[in-house]
Design a protein around this ligand. Structure first.
Ligand code: FES
Ligand code: FE2
Length: 357
């Protein structure tokens, strides 16, 4: 028996969940080299590679002749040769050669995507090429601050990208999905303040004299001792969640620890996503043994999130009856984000309708 996807189980009812006029993280910079990297971004099959000069190129992963994915072909210098009948394409998408005939039509071309590389990631624009505005890519200075330590990784995730956003907006899951690591009852009880500033969702959790989570031992803070902790989450676009933390132990020397965790959720399809994350901190930056432990814990935690979200997506896909979510107070930010994304998609549709008039 085949399983039929029922679209009403998507986070936005039956509606599409991602806008097109958007910069998305398509890859870690480190993933893009001379090989052809096939990756579906917002339901567009792309192939990414780095030219001999070091620039990243993103083009449609589909030969316009008979549609073999170009990622099955090969590089020839900065060009790509299709692996079926050998059409050769320049990195600007134009056709350079058709082996079976002397002439090349200018109408044969591969779509190219605007690309901006901003360490540690490669961003692509899935709207019309002419509209691409690099200033719409949110800034994240923590990841390149030479005085901070930064690590980053990638997880493919078989779940809609908004489920990823909602997971990091509802920290009441810490005690139950991540016991022993991030857990502290305070995360479950605290009511974050929520605001929308110029279309950016901002959520702040301010914990005064709260017991430190078990993982605070890594900062030299006794687990269970009292700390002041401020967490600020910002979702500047549906492509990125930025969480910054300040932690201070009033009973200790009063030193402040700063950290930033960035979650880039990129839709692959409506049911799958690319999860890029990066963590940076300004403490124990030269301690590689600590770094290893810190990063292993982060990977362990994010894999717990991935497992849960994939299981949720499977329920949404396979449940036999109609499904309804039961929302509680801690869903407030996640539900607000759904509305913001819905509005963005509606604005986009209105803009398109206007330009077709
Ligand atoms: S499909 Fe690419 S050359 Fe024919
Ligand atoms: Fe989590």
């Amino acid at each position: 028996m085949s399983v039929v996807a029922r679209p009403e189980t998507l986070p936005l009812g039956g509606a599409p969940t991602f806008p097109s006029r958007m910069w998305w993280v398509a890859a870690r910079s480190a993933e893009v080299g001379s090989d052809l990297l096939a990756r579906r971004i917002a339901d567009r099959p792309m192939v990414l590679y780095r030219t001999n000069e070091g620039a990243v190129v993103a083009i449609d992963d589909m030969c316009p002749h008979r549609w073999l994915p170009l990622s099955k072909g090969r590089r020839e210098g900065d060009q790509v040769r299709c692996g079926y009948h050998g059409l050769l394409f320049n990195h600007d998408g134009s056709c350079a050669e058709v082996p079976s005939q002397p002439e090349v039509s200018t109408r044969v071309a591969v779509r190219t995507y605007a690309v901006i590389e901003r360490a540690p990631w490669v961003w692509v624009w899935t709207g019309d090429g002419d509209d691409a505005d690099p200033t719409e890519i949110p800034a994240y200075p923590w990841l390149t601050n030479p005085d901070w330590r930064m690590d980053e990784a990638y997880l493919p995730m078989a779940a809609n990208y908004l489920r990823g956003h909602e997971n990091v907006l509802d920290l009441s899951h810490f005690d139950y999905l991540h016991p022993g690591g991030l857990a502290t009852q305070e995360w479950t009880r605290v009511r974050p303040s929520l605001s929308i500033e110029d279309g950016v969702l901002v959520e702040v959790r301010d914990l005064r004299s709260a017991p430190a989570a078990p993982n605070a031992a890594a900062m030299g803070v006794e687990p269970g001792s009292l700390v002041d902790r401020r967490n600020e989450s910002r979702v500047p676009t549906p492509a990125l969640h930025i969480a910054t933390t300040t932690l201070r132990s009033p009973a200790g020397d009063g030193h402040e620890y700063h950290g930033a965790v960035l979650h880039a959720f990129t839709p692959e399809t409506e049911r799958t996503s690319h999860y890029f994350f990066a963590a940076a901190r300004d403490w124990r930056v030269d301690d590689s043994e600590f770094d290893e432990r810190f990063w292993q814990m982060a990977l362990f935690t994010f894999n717990q999130d991935k497992d849960a979200l994939e299981a949720v997506e499977q329920v949404a896909l396979t449940h036999p009856g109609p499904l309804r979510e039961f929302s509680v107070r801690s869903d407030k930010s996640g539900l607000r984000l759904r509305r913001l994304v819905k509005e963005l998609i509606a604005d986009e549709a209105r803009g398109q309708a206007k330009s077709e008039d």
